[in-house]
Design a protein around this ligand. Structure first.
Ligand SMILES: NC(=O)c1ccc[n+]([C@@H]2O[C@H](COP(=O)([O-])OP(=O)(O)OC[C@H]3O[C@@H](n4cnc5c(N)ncnc54)[C@H](O)[C@@H]3O)[C@@H](O)[C@H]2O)c1
Ligand SMILES: OC[C@H](O)C(O)[C@@H](O)CO
Ligand SMILES: [Zn+2]
Ligand SMILES: [Zn+2]
Length: 370
């Protein structure tokens, strides 16, 4: 193959000692140039944009998410990515070198029950890029199944990388069964709460209120969607109980219905989930996207006497084609506004420090190669 521009492959690693560093990664240039590298259905991609997710920070800082996802070795991060096709296996027919694509990081088996019943996010044999021990996408070059690469159709590489968090929100809205005219509470105005806000506005939810403890995130939410109501959660004090916060939110913003029909929880913090439960109407839905501790205390009786439909989410399935259509149509608004900082691959350490340091006021930090 003609590859005069290929640079040595490197990746962004963490390890059990919580180091973050750039090191050599596979496939090597020699591998990429060999005819033996690619298996049936695979392509080589040069990565163009990767967003840093909270879970990347978690694997770096804490070395684990929950009891099963544990960093036990040198481990490459990153799963919100887009890139350009460099090489394809002869069996690949829908992609060719030069095609610009977004990457779905899930590689399911299509043999187990969740896969065969259309919910491949629950695949029992899944390989999810960046969840240990599967190396992530924060590399210069990767090998990926063509099936999980989606043509960008005119979207920018950054928009392509944002399709991953957008897919989280779309999967949430689908499973929460959010409908036109539903009143909605979103807890947490981080990237997931904010993309949920964009998707919920497009789905016709009204009114929408978003909460956060951080005033600057709420200011950003208001810039992104001026019609949204914002509510700052106090960090302590007599009015900071979930019951009182729920009442204050409902009194301020749900005067027509009394309560939100649906709450989408995007923090994983126990008190925030409890606030969503207390705010809920009888028969309302509390949909939890946020993840957190292994065991979380719940307002069990409030759920019971209000027949709250409490639901959870694990990643997504079948969302990329829909996400591409929605971004392309403009229905979600300007998703690029979410990108607050940009760094090169070589500056990855600075990029990760920026996400960790809340005073940077970052929203979505991108590692770009354009
Ligand atoms: N279920 C899934 O498949 C899935 C996928 C992606 C992300 N997640 C999870 O979703 C959550 C949100 O992700 P993110 O990238 O937006 O994270 P983030 O940490 O950037 O955002 C969370 C926001 O919640 C705010 N917050 C903290 N405590 C709060 C409280 N008590 N009330 C209201 N707001 C509060 C924080 O200030 C922050 O702005 C994380 O737990 C993440 O791990 C889950
Ligand atoms: O966006 C996807 C999420 O970050 C992952 O599910 C992560 O939380 C665990 O692998
Ligand atoms: Zn993620
Ligand atoms: Zn499977």
């Amino acid at each position: 193959m003609s590859a005069p521009t290929l640079k040595p492959n490197v990746g962004v690693y963490t390890n059990p000692s919580h180091k973050l560093y750039i090191g050599e990664a596979s496939p090597s240039i020699q591998d990429i140039e060999s005819e033996q590298l690619l298996q049936d259905g695979e392509v080589v991609l040069e990565m163009k944009a990767t967003g840093i997710c909270g879970s990347d920070i978690h694997f770096w800082e804490h070395g684990r998410i929950g009891p099963t996802m544990v960093v036990e070795d040198e481990h490459i991060l990153g799963h919100e990515s887009s890139g350009v096709v460099v090489k394809v296996h002869p069996s690949v027919t829908h992609l060719k070198p030069g095609d610009r694509v977004a990457i779905e990081p899930t590689i399911p088996c299509f043999k187990c029950v969740p896969c065969l019943t259309g919910r491949y996010n629950g695949c029992e044999n899944v390989l999810f890029r960046s969840t240990p021990p599967v190396p992530g996408l924060l590399r210069r070059y990767i090998v990926h199944p063509a099936q999980w690469c989606f043509k960008l159709e005119g979207l920018s590489y950054e928009e392509g990388a944002l399709l991953e968090p957008i897919s989280v929100a779309l999967a949430g809205i689908e499973r929460a069964q959010l409908k036109l005219g539903d009143s909605l509470l979103i807890c947490g105005a981080g990237p997931i709460g904010l993309v949920t806000l964009l998707c919920a506005r497009a789905a016709g939810a009204t009114p929408i209120t978003i909460t956060d403890i951080d005033a600057s995130r709420l200011e950003f939410a208001k810039k992104l969607v001026p019609s949204v109501n914002t509510f700052q959660i106090p960090l302590g004090g007599p009015d900071a109980t979930p019951e009182k916060l729920a009442k204050a939110i409902n009194d301020s913003f749900y005067s027509t219905d009394g309560h939100p029909d649906v709450s989408i929880e995007c923090t994983g913090i126990a008190s925030s989930i409890a606030t969503a439960v207390h705010a809920s109407r009888f028969g309302g839905t509390v949909f939890v996207i946020g993840v957190g501790k292994d065991v979380v205390e719940m307002p069990f009786m409030a759920c019971s006497v209000k027949e709250v439909d409490l639901k959870f989410q694990y990643r997504y399935s079948n969302q990329w084609p829909k996400a591409i259509k929605l971004v392309k149509s403009g229905l979600l608004g300007d998703v690029k506004m979410l990108v607050s900082h940009r760094f090169t691959l070589e500056e990855a350490e600075k990029a990760f420090e920026t996400v960790k340091d809340r005073s940077s006021k970052s929203i979505k930090v991108m590692i770009t190669n354009e």
